[in-house]
Design a protein around this ligand. Structure first.
Ligand code: MD3
Ligand code: FE
Length: 218
């Protein structure tokens, strides 16, 4: 058999069936994305959400789009309003939606219509423990994630929490698309190491685009 010359090509790497790493896919737009993150955070500041168990997340979060993901003592859910302000979440910038749609299309998912963009901010020491994303109304749409700033070690397991996680480094401008059989994969982010990035200092940002609600409610 011929060797697969593209097996390690980061421009489009199959991590698993339904899971695609698009290495550097957002590099050319990264500065524009960071500017829109800063603008969003002026209206809806980053905050450390409470968990149901009374802990506080080490990752700071905010949202843009028609729906935003929140956690508090009542649990996890999507809301139309930012609980901090009582106002709608800031609109999703067109360049966010365009990027998410192009990435989904590149991975074979046509017509992705994200209505929620969760923005995560990691400082040195922040981590996100192994979890599934299953608070969305439908699991047929993919999830698109965009990494910006300091690199992180991404952990991804299988369909069971007990599946031994694999590790993968995510760099500035990397995009990952998860759909189909990969949609409910357990995943997380290892403790962020102290490092410097020219555009973000010691921070890492992650955009996660989702279809949170049913289309007729959008
Ligand atoms: C695999 N965020 O916000 S993005 C999250 O880098 C989240 O901030 C991480 O997990 C971050 O929920 C990881 C990569 C990712 C996102 C969603 C997934 C991987 C996924 C959904 C299903 C399977
Ligand atoms: Fe997640």
């Amino acid at each position: 058999m011929l060797p697969d010359l593209f097996a390690d090509d980061r421009t489009k790497l199959a991590l698993d069936p339904g899971a695609w790493l698009l290495g550097g896919f957002a590099l050319g737009e990264a500065s524009a994305l960071l500017a829109e993150i800063a603008r969003t955070a002026q209206a809806a500041p980053f905050r450390h959400l409470e968990t149901r168990s009374g802990g506080t997340m080490s990752v700071a979060m905010t949202n843009c789009g028609a729906a935003g993901w929140v956690s508090d003592r009542r649990g996890y859910r999507y809301t139309e309003d930012d609980p901090l302000s009582g106002r709608r979440w800031p609109a999703m910038p067109p360049c966010f939606r365009d990027l998410a749609r192009r990435a989904a299309e590149t991975a074979g998912f046509r017509n992705f219509e994200p209505d929620a963009c969760l923005i995560n901010r990691y400082a040195p020491g922040s981590r996100l423990s192994l979890h599934q994303d299953r608070d969305e109304a439908r699991h047929d749409a993919p999830i698109v994630s965009v990494s910006l700033g300091v690199p992180a070690r991404f952990l991804w397991g299988g369909r069971e929490r007990s599946d031994r996680p694999r590790r993968h480094d995510l760099f500035h401008g990397d995009v990952v698309v998860w759909g189909g059989p990969a949609r409910l994969t357990f995943h997380g982010i290892d403790t962020l190491r102290a490092a410097h990035h020219a555009e973000t200092g010691d921070l890492r940002f992650n955009l996660t685009f989702r279809r949170a609600r049913l289309p007729d409610l959008a």
